[in-house]
Design a protein around this ligand. Sequence first.
Ligand SMILES: [Zn+2]
Length: 121
Amino acid sequence: MHEISIAGAIVDAVLDAAKKNNAKKVSEVFIEIGELTALNPEQMKFIFKTISSGTPAEGARYDIRVITPLINCKKCLYNGPIGFFEKLHFFLPQIKCPRCGDIEIDITAGRECCVKRIKIS
Ligand SMILES: [Zn+2]
């Protein structure tokens, strides 16, 4: 599963930062996940809790912010969110310009998955 390897990399980064700061405990972790990563925040939280058990990050609160995808259209210069369409009860992003329909776009947000900051004690 996609989520496990990414969650593992995030917990490693958190533990590494905690160690460098001589932290005994990580109390809170702030994470940003772009909607285009298709990562499920609830599933991520569950994996974080499972794999951080027995580490200084055990029991930390995970604050996950989902980032709405934004695009820049090269054709009509539209700058903003993309559209979603529903398929089999899933909302899938439409990677095209919602104004002119062109696919020559730059994705400026929505693909990130990173730790913004951590709170240690
Ligand atoms: Zn456009």
